[in-house]
Design a protein around this ligand. Structure first.
Ligand SMILES: [Zn+2]
Length: 447
């Protein structure tokens, strides 16, 4: 395919905005950037996709999400409102995930992935839980990934909170799915796996040992860390160690592992995350919603920690996460100089791209020959000069997800002119809607 008539934002290093050139994609890859005339002459049979003067940029990447939380939308938590994060876990998430069956696991993934495609998010790293439908749950989600055309990395959150049998079933589900991926059944690199762990506060030493032993393929772990102080105090109580120290001792950290949140870690823990090259993901909308505080991401980056951006199950609109990041660090520090646009780009573009490229074993997240053709068109009309230098602020203050008109993953157009190409959105949403009363009834039965 030859993509013509667009302004190309490469998100390479250094970033460039290229005008007057076209992009050739072949198979799943971007293979050339050249003058339109040259590409058409050399590849006369290629289909032409006219960008109509829009910006073309790499699709957005989400480093930490939860498809399983979809049915929380509009759900009333019974009784008194939760006072703090531990009650939110118990009254919302741990009751909602128990309400899911095979069908609702699948529907949850569908609605989140449709949301992602429509808003230009092309790669998602998911963290799944469904304690009453563990076996094969990752394959059910993988089926949605396959059919929808999105790119996703999946895992199952192992936890001891539902007893020994379910902890072991969670381990088994991760191992089963990791083996599937390692045997090459990975949708040509659109599917990847991590080994999921819920959080230190729901994992015994014995279960952590079992997980490390079971992870014989050596994929990265994916775990929530110190989202609330309770995770730190629980860890100190059971092990005498802070959370990151405990996970380090258990062999959970490392250059492929992902730690979500890290809000309440101390300086020594930051140093451990940096020295082990562990990924950290920041989800400010979730942190604000749960009132758990905001991690010191600037210090972590300064200390050499690889900090990425995720959405923790919020809407699949990563620019909203960018904007929240940009704003909230100024507010909590009472200082407008904090968290500049380049810091947000470092997380949301460069680190997220590096994480995605590592996860899928393919170059993802920039418009350069050899990179995966994960692209979006953005119908943005700047009324002031826009350069590679001030682009972060044009995105932060000017671009919206409603401006995304085309989404392509691995060379396949999934949305064109704001319409999904091969998917029946109404049918998918109707199916999800039909399921929701059953999920909500099961949720309410637990109180
Ligand atoms: Zn999470």
């Amino acid at each position: 395919m030859i993509i013509t008539n667009g302004k190309i934002i490469t998100w390479g290093k250094p970033n460039e905005i290229i005008e007057g050139k076209a992009i050739l994609t072949q198979g799943q890859e971007i293979s050339k950037i050249d003058l339109k005339e040259n590409l058409i002459k050399e590849f006369p049979d290629e289909e032409i996709l006219d960008a109509n003067g829009q910006y073309i940029m790499p699709g957005l990447i989400c480093a930490h999400t939860h498809f399983y939380g979809a049915y929380s939308r509009g759900l009333a938590i019974p009784g008194d409102p939760p006072e703090a994060f531990p009650q939110i876990l118990e009254k919302l998430w741990w009751a909602l995930d128990k309400s899911l069956d095979d069908e609702s696991v699948s529907s949850s993934a569908w609605v989140c992935i449709i949301d992602a495609i429509k808003h230009g998010n092309t790669t998602l790293i998911d963290h799944h839980a469904s304690p009453n439908a563990i076996h094969n749950s990752l394959d059910l989600i993988a089926n949605v990934v396959e059919e929808s055309g999105i790119r996703a990395s999946l895992c199952y959150e192992v936890t001891d909170r539902d007893g020994d049998e379910k902890a072991k079933a969670g381990i088994k589900e991760n191992v089963r799915f990791i083996n599937r991926i390692k045997h090459g059944d990975n949708l040509n690199g659109r599917l990847a796996a991590t080994f999921g762990l819920h959080a230190s506060l729901t994992l015994s030493d014995q279960t952590l040992d079992l997980c490390r032993e079971a992870n014989s393929e050596g994929v990265g772990f994916h775990i929530h860390v110190a989202e609330h102080p309770v995770d730190e105090y629980d860890s100190i109580k059971i092990s005498g160690l802070r959370v990151v120290d405990r996970l380090f001792n258990k062999g959970i950290l490392g250059e492929k592992s992902i730690v979500a949140h890290a809000v309440h870690i101390d300086a020594k823990e930051i140093e451990l995350l940096a020295s082990t090259k562990t990924w950290v993901t920041h989800q400010p909308r979730s942190n604000m919603n749960n009132a758990v505080g905001i991690g010191n991401m600037e210090s972590m980056m300064r200390a050499g920690v690889k900090v990425c951006l995720g959405n923790d199950g919020f809407s699949n609109t990563m620019w909203d996460e960018w904007k929240t990041t940009y704003l909230v660090h100024k507010l909590v520090n009472l200082d407008p100089r904090r968290m500049g646009g380049y810091d947000v780009v470092e997380m949301g573009i460069h680190q997220n791209s590096a994480l995605a490229s590592q996860q899928f074993g393919l170059p993802i997240g920039s418009i350069t020959p050899g990179s995966q053709a994960d692209l979006i068109f953005v119908d943005y009309h700047p009324f002031t000069e826009m350069t590679a230098g001030n682009l972060p602020w044009h995105i932060l203050f000017g671009m919206h997800h409603s401006m995304v008109t085309m989404t392509m993953v691995a060379g396949r157009v999934l949305m064109k002119n704001r319409e999904l190409v091969d998917l029946d959105e109404d049918k998918i949403f109707q199916k999800a809607f039909n399921n929701h009363k059953d999920v909500w009834a099961k949720y309410n039965q637990q109180f």
